[in-house]
Every structure is written in structure tokens, then in C-alpha cells.
Write a protein that binds this ligand. Structure first.
Ligand SMILES: C[S@@+](CC[C@H](N)C(=O)[O-])C[C@H]1O[C@@H](n2cnc3c(N)ncnc32)[C@H](O)[C@@H]1O
Length: 208
């Protein structure tokens, strides 16, 4: 990670650390998840085999959900309070403290990576750094699912934690394609009470 990326990581860590209790209360369980997101992640999980990483797992609710889908699931996050909370709540699962730009996982060792709203704070010019690492650790044919704030242009906005970015589905899909992924499905949803949502499922290229 370059200096700018490292600084963003520090800002993200401090911002979520300061509001970790509030985040856990609002979003830290599957009860707060939209039913269609749950269905999407569940059906995506059903297509995977092998270990799956919840990259930017927060308090770990999606990691537990993936494990409930029958996958060997683990999580990683920058925020110590989230990792402590995840370990306490889901002691049967493994959670690491750290950045997903440099993962411990061996090359092509994972069946999939879930990045649920965990790339939202990455500056667009740094976006391919984590994608390259996901492409390294996911085996050919494995899956990537990215959830994000959808918008008509790539643009920053004031998020409760720290600056986040909206992405048009097409633009984010281009980033994935340039990073070694084939886009499989795109989803968008709008509704009252939340920002426009996007999700993309993609497959690591290279399978025969
Ligand atoms: C909006 S929260 C989403 C958390 C979780 N995926 C969920 O759905 O509740 C964004 C999370 O991504 C994590 N994150 C952002 N950048 C990260 C990085 N470079 N490495 C690891 N975690 C990161 C943050 O610490 C935060 O927990």
C-alpha cells in the first residue's frame, strides 16, 4: 500500500473505532440487513466451494452468515473493536486484525471474497490495490461479491464514518474487469430511508 492508501486506512480505522458501538447497534446483526441482500449473498455463497473471506467484516455478522451457508468463513478488518466483538460473538470463527490489501492467504487459496461495503472509503485511484489482492488469493473460477453505494458518477460524499464514494455499476464493473474478474451479475436497489445500493458478483478469470 502506498502512503496515501495507508493514511486512508488510518482514517478509516480511527473513524470506525470512535463509532464502533453505534455501528454495532445499527448494523451489527443480520436483523438490519435488507432481505434481498441476504438472499443475494446466500445464493452467491451457494455457488462457492472452499474457504471464503469476509474482507472488511466489521462486527462479523456476514462472516457468521457465510459460515451458516456451509462455507469455511473467516473475517478481516482494520478496526480492533470490530474484531474483538466478532471474536467474542462468534468464537468458533476466525477473525484477523489488519488490512485486506496484504492478506496472509496463499495465492489462489480461496473460493471467494465478500467485500460488503468495505471498499466504499477507497479513493478511486487506489481502488485496484485491494482488487489485485483479492484476485491473487481467489482461485480461478472463484467468486467476488462487492456491495457498494451506487450513483450516477464516481463521486465522494460525507459518510457518517468518513468520506465514502458512490460508483456507477458500469464503472465499478470496469474496475473488476481490469483486475482479472468477469462480471456475472449486477444489482441495484433504491428505496426510502437508505442510499441507492449496488452489488456486483464476479468470477475470477482463468478457469478452463
Ligand atoms: C461500512 S463498514 C462494513 C462492515 C461490514 N462488511 C458490514 O457489512 O457490516 C466498512 C468496513 O470496512 C473496513 N475496512 C475498510 N477498509 C479496510 C481495509 N483496507 N482493510 C480491512 N478492512 C477495511 C472498515 O474497518 C469497516 O469495518
Amino acid at each position: 500500500m502506498d502512503n496515501a492508501g495507508a493514511r486512508t486506512g488510518d482514517i478509516v480505522r480511527e473513524a470506525y473505532s470512535a463509532r464502533s458501538g453505534e455501528y454495532v447497534d445499527l448494523f451489527g446483526s443480520m436483523a438490519s440487513v435488507h432481505p434481498s441482500d441476504r438472499a443475494l449473498v446466500g445464493s452467491w455463497a451457494d455457488t462457492l466451494t472452499g474457504p471464503v473471506l469476509d474482507a472488511g467484516c466489521g462486527p462479523g455478522q456476514w462472516t457468521d452468515f457465510l459460515a451458516g451457508c456451509g462455507l469455511a468463513a473467516s473475517g478481516i478488518d482494520l478496526v480492533p473493536e470490530f474484531v474483538d466483538r466478532a471474536r467474542a460473538r462468534y468464537p468458533h470463527l476466525s477473525f484477523d486484525l489488519g488490512g485486506f490489501e496484504t492478506l496472509d492467504a496463499a495465492t489462489e487459496s480461496l473460493g471467494g471474497v465478500l467485500s460488503w461495503y468495505s471498499l466504499i472509503h477507497h479513493h478511486p485511484k487506489d481502488f485496484r490495490t485491494p482488487l489485485a489482492e483479492f484476485a491473487r488469493v481467489i482461485r480461478p473460477g472463484g467468486g467476488l461479491l462487492v456491495g457498494f453505494f451506487e450513483g450516477r458518477a464516481v463521486e465522494p460524499f460525507d459518510h457518517a464514518a468518513t468520506t465514502a464514494y458512490r460508483w456507477p455499476v458500469v464503472e465499478l464493473g470496469r474496475e473488476l474487469a481490469a483486475s482479472g474478474f468477469e462480471v456475472i451479475e449486477t444489482h441495484t436497489r433504491t428505496g426510502s430511508g437508505y442510499r441507492p445500493h449496488g452489488a456486483i458478483t464476479a468470477r475470477r478469470q482463468g478457469a478452463g
